[in-house]
Design a binder for this molecule. Sequence first.
Ligand SMILES: Cc1cc2nc3c(=O)[nH]c(=O)nc-3n(C[C@H](O)[C@H](O)[C@H](O)COP(=O)(O)OP(=O)(O)OC[C@H]3O[C@@H](n4cnc5c(N)ncnc54)[C@H](O)[C@@H]3O)c2cc1C
Length: 95
Amino acid sequence: MADSEKVENVVLGGGEPGKYMAWELAREGRQTVVIERGLIGGSCPNIACLPSKNVIRRAKVADLVRHVGTMGSGPGPWRPRWRACAGANARWSTG
Ligand SMILES: Cc1cc2nc3c(=O)[nH]c(=O)nc-3n(C[C@H](O)[C@H](O)[C@H](O)COP(=O)(O)OP(=O)(O)OC[C@H]3O[C@@H](n4cnc5c(N)ncnc54)[C@H](O)[C@@H]3O)c2cc1C
């Protein structure tokens, strides 16, 4: 049988709420273990809120630039750089 250890608090899942709960418990000096099967931070910073806002923002900028001619300014040959967008998302999720 594997060695076992008693701990005061176990937080299951290291998503945003789990992460903050564990930080707060640890800050109070209470012994805490986080069990996370994937990425610390969970969905929001890694695959959901932040990366999607990056994609949406770039799409809005692309749309504005594409229609700049209808606003009285000269259009330029500009396209969104989706590879750079994916790179930024990857840097956020691993940083
Ligand atoms: C595209 C997209 C955009 C979004 N944008 C926003 C936004 O702008 N604003 C907003 O408020 N919300 C947004 N959301 C919703 C937000 O991402 C989720 O509500 C939030 O991430 C949920 O947090 P959570 O901690 O409950 O779950 P999660 O972030 O999924 O965290 C749960 C964690 O628990 C772990 N886990 C689960 N089961 C186990 C297990 N048995 N053992 C070990 N670990 C386990 C998982 O691996 C995960 O890391 C968006 C969602 C999506 C999909």
